[in-house]
Write a protein that binds this ligand. Structure first.
Ligand SMILES: NC(=O)c1ccc[n+]([C@@H]2O[C@H](COP(=O)([O-])OP(=O)(O)OC[C@H]3O[C@@H](n4cnc5c(N)ncnc54)[C@H](OP(=O)(O)O)[C@@H]3O)[C@@H](O)[C@H]2O)c1
Length: 390
């Protein structure tokens, strides 16, 4: 039977890779829904290619422009507009599985809504899990919904744990390529340009996650993501820098055996597995050539040079609303960096200050999380404005 997929965030890096996977398997998958924030030129082309029944555009002006272009075609579709549109689209009975590739905190409410509507989720977005992992996983369990990891490291751990007794898990080795500045000192990073930050040595990704990879906050987010997805305590998650990015993560059991998942560095692989699970489908991607590769390397992350990872560990120790604050302060700081209002090395400075001012709420409900998120955004903006005016 063909699986009907809605791709939320179809115009982004993961979204576009997902559509390539779907296109490669026309007898296995079809597209029923596509959504974007505002990049309607890309969306328009995708609509022409896939003719989805459901479309959502968050930006209202962009939505109207798209509608004008689509009206010229005799094509039946339902267009959802604005923030609420995403919550609406996930209710549609024609959707079998949702691939959630919206970036940032705005993915949280559509994700919860999708779970309430009992849709299985192939989940690329990590910010929602960082903010509200416990709430998401509990809701998914109550609604018998599968959360299928798309993030390559989470997918690797998921694949290594398949069929294993999770009580016998000793450690998770979460690998990180180290980003573009692995070998640089903090002092060398002060005046680093946006272009250099966005040039990741191994992965082609959206801007926000590229900055997060350069600061290692992305790895910090993955630590928090993995705690929720696999119900693992923080002390069992070890970050290992592995510059070749061939091993996507490893799992160690109590007898000392370690299982690893290896593949070429290409997001289409974990996307395909999350879509085809529990089956595996053939892939046209090149195989690993071990003889050309020759060696794999491993290093300890330098927390002094990359304090964002340490900040994420601290938030993971405290939990409660701290991870949501970490995410929100990071989001504002990364945006400020991309708008040239904050330098690269000040990103962790702002986040640390916001975390230190926050009164943590343990066992938060969704309302607590959303208000911590909005409080942290205001605090971070204020701090950045003060730094900017100096
Ligand atoms: N890229 C990777 O290789 C990778 C790997 C693992 C995990 N992830 C995670 O997957 C998520 C997506 O990453 P990405 O690199 O694909 O990001 P991206 O290229 O920036 O794409 C983000 C997508 O979400 C849409 N979007 C952004 N803000 C939105 C909002 N407020 N409401 C509705 N739609 C919104 C964007 O629409 P517009 O195009 O109109 O802006 C775009 O379609 C992130 O959470 C990231 O951490 C990414």
């Amino acid at each position: 039977m063909i699986q009907r997929i809605a791709v939320l965030g179809s115009t982004g890096s993961v979204g576009r890779n997902t559509l390539e996977v779907i296109k490669a398997f026309p007898h296995k998958f079809c597209v029923v829904g596509l959504t974007t924030n505002s990049r309607i030129d890309i969306l328009y082309q995708q609509i022409r290619d896939f003719q989805p029944a459901l479309i959502a555009v968050k930006d209202e002006v962009a939505a109207r422009r798209l509608e004008q272009r689509l009206n010229l075609k005799k094509y039946k579709y339902k267009l959802f507009v604005g923030k609420e549109g995403l919550k609406e689209i996930v209710k549609d009975k024609r959707i079998d599985k949702i691939l959630l590739a919206i970036s940032g905190a705005d993915a949280l409410l559509p994700l919860l809504s999708a779970i309430e509507n009992k849709k299985d989720i192939a989940l690329a977005n990590k910010e929602a899990l960082v903010m509200a992992g416990r709430i998401i996983i509990e809701k998914a369990k109550r609604n018998k919904v599968k959360i299928l990891p798309v993030d390559s490291e989470a997918s690797a751990i998921w694949q290594c744990l398949e069929g294993q007794d999770k009580k016998k898990l000793k450690n998770i080795y979460l690998t990180a390529s180290g980003g573009p500045f692995r070998r640089m000192q903090r002092s060398q990073l002060k005046d680093i340009s946006i272009n250099r930050v966005l040039k990741h040595p191994r992965w082609k990704m959206g801007k926000k996650i590229s900055v997060d990879s350069a600061t290692l906050m992305n790895k910090g987010f993955e630590v928090l993501e993995i705690m929720s997805l696999f119900n693992v305590s923080l002390d069992k998650i070890k970050v290992v820098i592995h510059p070749e990015a061939i091993i996507h993560s490893m799992v160690e059991f109590i007898d000392g055996s370690i299982l690893a998942q290896l593949s070429v560095t290409d997001m289409r692989l974990p996307i395909q597995y999350a879509l085809s699970y529990p089956r595996r489908l053939p892939s046209k991607l090149p195989a690993i050539d071990f003889f050309r590769l020759k060696a794999l390397h491993f290093e300890k992350p330098n927390l002094k040079h990359f304090p964002c990872l340490e900040l994420a560990y601290q938030a993971g120790l405290k939990m409660g609303t701290m991870p949501a604050v970490l995410n929100a302060a990071n989001d504002i700081s990364v945006n400020a960096f991309l708008e040239k209002k904050l330098d690269f090395v000040s990103i962790p400075v702002v986040i640390e200050k916001v975390l230190s001012r926050h009164k943590n709420i343990t066992n938060p409900d969704l309302e607590n999380i959303l208000s911590a998120d909005s409080w942290a955004r205001d605090e971070a903006k204020e701090l950045i404005a003060r730094l900017d005016s100096r």
